[in-house]
Write a protein that binds this ligand. Sequence first.
Ligand code: SAH
Ligand code: F3S
Length: 468
Amino acid sequence: MQHRVCLTTSDRLLAKTRLLEAATAMNSKVYIETFGCQMNVADTERAVTGLRKAGYEMTSAPDEADVVLLNTCSVRERAERKVFRRVGELRKSPRRPVIGVMGCVAQLEGPSIFQKAAAVDLVIGTRATDRIPSLLARIRDGEKFVIDLEERQDGEVWDVSPAERRSPYVAFVPIIEGCNKFCSFCIVPYSRGREKSRGATEIVAEVRQLRSLGYKEVQLIGQNVNSYRPKTEDGLEGYVGATPFSRLLRAVAATGTERIKFTTSFPRDFHPDIVSAIEEYPNLCNWVHLPVQSGSDRMLKAMRRGHTSADYLRRVEMIKSSTRRLSLTSDIIVGFPGESEQDFENTMQLVRDCEFDGLFIFKYSKRNGTPAANFSQPVSEADKTARFLALEELQSSLQDKLYNKQVGRTLSVLVEKQSARSNHDVSGHSTCNKVVNFKGNMKQCGSIVDVLISEGKPNSLYGTAISG
Ligand code: SAH
Ligand code: F3S
């Protein structure tokens, strides 16, 4: 039987685009360099999935690439400067690939990138990931300075082929994109746009699929995972919980995936029911990353965090009084405009009180376009450095004590790779997200091993396998 196919104008256009894409893709090799957070890692995985479907080959060698894409970060100035340095290097390479900038710098700087770095051919905004093949086709077609800063479009859904994932054992699953919080120092709401939650049905299906493929750990990711608020409750029916996020945690835990972690949590939205869910489901891991940024209420107000240090400490107390031993990590910014010695001392005190299992310390970096960029009383670079070092020293002494307390305990470790320090050791993460090294071999990669801890080191633990 024969079918007559009637093409509308838009069908024809689509067909033309596809042909163009296929022609572009033939024999083209793409290299993607990823900077920044897990969301960028996840976006790269999504971009690679789409490129491969469109016929591109991927390469891990920039020298042999026809197209180099830099997936960029703009959270601090240093990360942003790196991009322009890399473009300078690529421009000089003998093969002179097509150069594209994607990620946060692309979204924020837009067309001005072409002025700042004339070697850039393509600018891909944070929501244009799925359209990279057709953007490349336009370049091959002779168009110059191609740019796409548009929103995601209907029908563009999260689709990552398992083959393109960074790790065969740990998978990132984005549950919410963007941020509505507008902390005064932070560029993310501008680079990533408003909060947009993925449907729970889709998330749970992806987690199930990952489990059937042998993934041992799933990390639910988002700028603020606990602000998760999907349009409908589809997929969450039958799961109790005080917030959509705590219902999602239970739905994901019910898939039976061995380990589920989630990051990052926003203090104001951190509901006690998250801790209850962790207590109910052993496969929800015993780790919470809860950035505080400062221990001074004056600074927290200027930062527009929407919480005081007492609010934060109440949440810490709730987390620490859980029936499970939950590990707690945080982020702090030192040298925010107007931060006095007393403000900084309050931060030091909060760190002493919280006894964090890990702490990421950042020197404040002015981001144009954020409210704090116009704040007066900048802190000198020397003071920022002094505070950074003082806080680092305090944290490392507190962390030493905390890590030494782990000696004699048994931790469940997902083995991920050979240890960087010794060929005889392997390395992985515990459920509480600590790095654990122990004597073992590469055959153990991907398995979960009980490790008896014998020694605490500055940022890792050492032990002996007692199972697996
Ligand atoms: N909620 C997000 C925050 C993203 S930014 C998350 O943690 O995933 C990550 C961290 O970078 C923030 O918690 C903050 O400590 C730091 N940061 C953000 N903007 C900064 C700036 N302008 N200067 C220094 N550090 C900054
Ligand atoms: Fe940035 Fe604050 Fe959102 S730190 S990502 S604006 S919660």
